[in-house]
Design a protein around this ligand. Structure first.
Ligand code: SAJ
Length: 397
């Protein structure tokens, strides 16, 4: 069978290359010529464990190639970004563009899968609608489903295969066709529902995590006021068999957890009060960290502030929507002191001058730990005795 994957980013490329090694003939489409060229050379443009090997073997076997325009195929998978715009309104322009792009290539008997995280109603109201308007009979012979991706960056290839999947078709026939397809490469269970429930399921998963992290972040503010170590507190509370609190941090980043809850809020602003508040609590955390740094910096004439980590979470090189980047940028702008930066997953960066973390630590008066990268876990409080330590991740003991 042939598969056309639209969008070769963190979801599309792992999916395309996995399918390419499972006996499918895969054609990947991206709007970036650089991405297309890189993949056709058997190389990758993102960092993800083992993805390089998978892409190389799929390309070398002749089962994966990339281009700027779609081709006819049996199955189309849309894996494009769904960010928000303006006042936290979902931006569906990439989904619309991708669907419009494939519409001329879709034929009767095809399966069209939306994997992008989407607001309730998108699969039917946007994807199926565009195909319908293009003359396709999506109630009879073109099958449209939502199968939200659920993989965790850093563990994508494992989770692509192991995780259970939710399939919601715009009708039952579509759901059945997609279940049969996913069962050919997913070891987890493949569960059937309708497209709206599938959309809401994905948004619910990420909102659940956001609310839990917001609870932890709120506790960190309260504990700071009370002089209690919040990580000890959470570890103790989590010994209760029915309590499972996540970790406070400098804020919530990435393009999923900090975005998706807004898709619920946008459609149900009056009902989604807790979900909105959690977003606000997490979005406020960087400001709180900045205020902490400023009050420490006031103790020095020429404070040197060493910022450890820029990525949105540990052991990934992804800086998009990273609270650490926001914090570092604002500290620089506010002229709080001399700012030194280390990001061990990157060798260089166009905006920031990156230094080895040992050098940053040695030269700093204030050490601001922003990301719990494995390199930073080697640091010991005893080595930082002369310095002020602001450990937003609670990893330095
Ligand atoms: N974070 C904390 N404390 C925690 C856990 C995370 O502050 O205890 C922060 C991280 O540092 C990061 C942000 O939250 O800034 C998000 O990181 P994450 O590891 O929780 O999640 P993502 O964005 O990498 O991936 C999530 C996953 N969703 C869930 O676990 C419910 C993943 O399975 C989804 O596929 C992905 O979103 C997505 O694409 O939607």
């Amino acid at each position: 069978k042939t598969i056309c994957v639209i969008g070769l980013g963190y979801i599309g490329l792992p999916t395309a290359s996995l399918l390419g090694t499972k006996g499918y003939q895969v054609y990947g489409v991206d709007t970036s010529a650089h991405v297309v060229d890189t993949i056709n050379q058997g190389k990758i443009h993102i960092v993800e464990p083992d993805l390089d090997i998978l892409v190389k073997s799929a390309v070398q076997a002749g089962n994966l190639c990339a281009g700027l325009q779609p081709k006819e195929a049996d199955i189309f998978i849309i894996a494009v970004p769904t960010p928000f715009k303006g006042d936290h309104e979902p931006d569906l322009s990439y989904v619309e563009a991708a669907t419009q792009m494939i519409a001329p290539y879709v034929k009767p008997g095809n399966l069209v899968i939306l994997e992008s995280t989407s607001p309730v109603g998108t699969t039917d109201g946007v994807v199926a609608k565009i195909l319908r308007d293009a003359g396709h009979d999506v109630d009879k012979d073109v099958f449209v489903v939502h199968c939200p991706e659920r993989v965790l960056p850093g563990r994508i290839l494992t989770e692509l295969v192991e995780n259970d999947r939710i399939i919601g078709g715009i009708n039952e026939l579509a759901t059945q066709m997609a279940i049969e397809f996913y069962q050919t490469f997913v070891r987890g269970e493949v569960l059937a529902t309708d497209s709206r429930t599938a959309e809401m399921t994905k948004l619910t998963e990420n909102s659940f995590r956001d609310v839990n992290i917001a609870f932890a972040n709120e506790l960190s503010l309260i504990c700071d006021k009370e002089g209690i170590n919040v990580w000890n507190l959470i570890a103790l509370a989590n010994r209760h068999p029915r309590v499972n609190i996540l970790n406070p941090g400098p804020g919530v980043g990435g393009h999923c957890i900090a975005v998706d809850p807004w898709f619920i809020v946008a459609r149900a602003p009056e009902q989604a009060r807790l979900i909105r508040t959690a977003r606000e609590v997490n979005d406020h955390k960087p400001e709180w960290v900045i205020a902490k740094v400023k009050s420490s910096a006031d103790k020095f004439k020429h404070p040197v502030i060493g910022c450890l980590g820029l990525s949105f979470k540990a052991d990934v090189d992804d800086l998009r929507e990273s609270p650490s980047v926001e914090i570092v940028r604002k500290l620089i702008k506010a002229n709080v002191g001399e700012i030194l930066i280390s990001e061990p997953t990157l060798s260089k960066h166009s905006e920031f001058n990156l230094l080895p973390y040992e050098e940053v630590v040695a030269k700093s008066d204030i050490v601001l730990l922003l990301v719990d990268h494995k390199q930073f876990r080697k640091l010991k409080a005893a080595d930082l005795k002369e310095k002020i330590l602001i450990d937003t991740r609670g990893i330095i003991a």
